[in-house]
Design a protein around this ligand. Structure first.
Ligand code: IPE
Ligand code: IPE
Ligand code: MG
Length: 241
């Protein structure tokens, strides 16, 4: 029987601004606190033996925010990479960034590629940061990549042609968590979430912690995944703790 262990968790980390607002603090304070929650959840994945974690950090639509907030977010990305590089590496984590990085400044791109390079051969948790990422971009990009490798006369594109050129080839998220009460995808992995279990919580991202994460995991294990069939595809086996 196929087991239904959670392999891949994706998270839309939302609510940093509201969290700061509730405290009469600037939005930047919420973003900074959000980084502490990121660290907690990475650690929770290590302890719970989850093999892939994908975090939505900046969407292709977030560029419409005030330039001051964007500058702050970019410097937080840079600072977080520098401060956490060796720790991520020492924990055997393989880090990858997904999204259209061409819009980032050269300095940030260099830090991103240094971190990817450093952790490239690690075989523990696969950690993906979605930055300047959009689900529509991912699909269009996959089609363009496919077209580069086929004859001009090719008229038909198959599902598999797109699938294998996406940021994830199979290995799609089992569980999506979105914090801060919104129940929408906001253009996050539109294709890859086709059969993902969706968990929404009112908890604002800076407050998200191991206990909240376990609530989401509990929700997942109470689901029967049928993928269009009549019965569960297999016995649900909890991840080892
Ligand atoms: C999520 O928090 C972080 C990013 C989108 C970068 P928000 O900044 O969206 O916080 P809210 O939704 O305004 O509370
Ligand atoms: C989604 O949050 C993007 C990230 C968490 C990076 P948003 O706050 O941008 O989403 P909307 O605008 O509420 O849909
Ligand atoms: Mg938001």
């Amino acid at each position: 029987m196929v087991s239904q262990r959670i392999k891949h968790v994706s998270i839309i980390m939302d609510g940093n601004g509201r969290w700061a607002n509730e405290r009469n603090m600037p939005r930047s304070y919420g973003h900074r606190k959000g980084i502490d929650a990121v660290k907690k959840i990475i650690n929770a994945c290590l302890v719970r033996q989850i093999s892939m974690l994908t975090l939505f950090a900046f969407s292709s639509e977030n560029w419409i925010r005030p330039s001051k907030e964007i500058t702050l977010l970019m410097s937080l990305f840079r600072e977080s990479i520098l401060n956490n590089m060796s720790n991520l590496h020492n924990n055997n984590i393989k880090v990858k960034f997904i999204g259209d990085m061409s819009k980032f400044d050269r300095n940030l791109i260099k830090h991103i590629s240094d971190l990817e390079h450093l952790t490239h051969n690690n075989d523990g948790l696969e950690l993906y940061f979605a930055v300047n990422y959009g689900g529509k971009w991912d699909i269009v990009n996959a089609i363009n990549n496919h077209l580069k490798n086929v004859k001009l006369s090719t008229k038909k594109i198959l599902e598999e042609d797109i699938e294998k050129n996406l940021t994830f080839y199979n290995n799609h998220p089992d569980l999506l968590i979105r914090t801060a009460g919104e129940q929408r995808l906001s253009n996050f992995m539109l294709w890859q979430h086709a059969y993902t279990e969706l968990y929404f919580t009112d908890c604002l991202w800076p407050d998200f912690n191991e206990n909240e994460f376990d609530e989401a995991i509990k929700f997942f294990y109470n689901k029967t995944r049928k993928f269009g069939g009549l019965q569960s595809i297999g016995k649900i086996e909890k991840n080892d703790k």
